[in-house]
Design a protein around this ligand. Structure first.
Ligand SMILES: [Zn+2]
Length: 247
């Protein structure tokens, strides 16, 4: 046991030394096929726990917007899947490898299936694509390996733990840095598309105002996506920079 620990510590210190020399990023410890494998399994779990909306037109619309934006993302070659979950909360989630779910409560918040604000929906979807494209899930898994915290090196055994973490959609919690980056990417992908990049900013404003009057419906969003008060301002600033060509 002691020898194992010693070997483990030695391995970790060598690993850290190598990474600090090469400037290696934690996400590079997780391959794309591992991401896809974990995402696929988590998506099956989620679709067992929650009902995918039976509204085929609504799913088709969400998928069409999603595919258009994913093709403009930094990972256009991933196979993305977009579906609506019949959950009343206002939220949207992403899984490693390209599975993205929008909750029906969010659809209803921005006009409902018959009168949806496509720009706001595109903003939310592009933010989720941003998490996938920036490999935030792989970063989370890689950091955990690198520092030996939480779940360790990806093996067959603990792949199941990651699957259950990602399938437990209300437990996942992004850092502020991840949120800022996903907002930025969301704006980047909608900018120059057929959707107005202001859609994401307007959605963030809806969140800020409505969450005070109806906190319970927004609880799950804030648990998974922290909203610091400067998030709207930062997103607006980034869009202005894109428009004035300083980016
Ligand atoms: Zn987010």
């Amino acid at each position: 046991m002691r020898r194992q620990l010693k070997n483990g510590l030695l391995f970790l210190s060598v690993l850290l030394a190598v990474f600090s020399l090469t400037g290696c990023k934690p996400e590079s410890l997780v391959s794309q096929s591992q991401e896809i494998d974990i995402g696929r399994q988590a998506s099956r779990d989620i679709e067992r726990q929650y009902k995918v909306s039976a509204d085929s037109r609504l799913n088709a619309m969400v998928n069409e917007i999603g595919q258009n934006l994913a093709a403009r993302s930094d990972r256009p070659n991933l196979k993305y899947t977009f579906k609506v979950l019949d959950v009343k909360d206002v939220n949207a989630v992403s899984l490693p490898g390209g599975w993205i779910y929008v909750y029906k409560g969010l659809i209803d918040e921005i006009g409902g299936p018959g009168n949806i604000d496509r720009d706001k929906l595109a903003g939310v979807i592009s933010h989720e694509i941003g998490h996938v494209a920036a490999r935030h899930h792989a970063q989370m898994m890689g950091r955990s390996q690198l520092y030996g915290i939480g779940i360790g090196v990806l093996t067959k055994g603990n792949t199941a733990q990651w699957v259950s973490l990602f399938a437990n959609i209300n437990l996942l919690h992004w850092s502020r840095k991840d949120e800022y980056e996903a907002d930025k990417l969301g704006i980047k992908y909608t900018y120059g598309s057929t959707y107005d990049p202001n859609g994401l900013i307007e959605f963030l404003q809806v969140l800020q105002s409505k969450s005070k009057s109806e906190p319970s419906r927004f609880e799950s969003w804030f648990r998974t996506h922290p909203v610091p008060s400067d998030r709207v301002g930062r997103a607006q600033q980034y869009l202005n920079e894109l428009r004035t060509g300083s980016r």
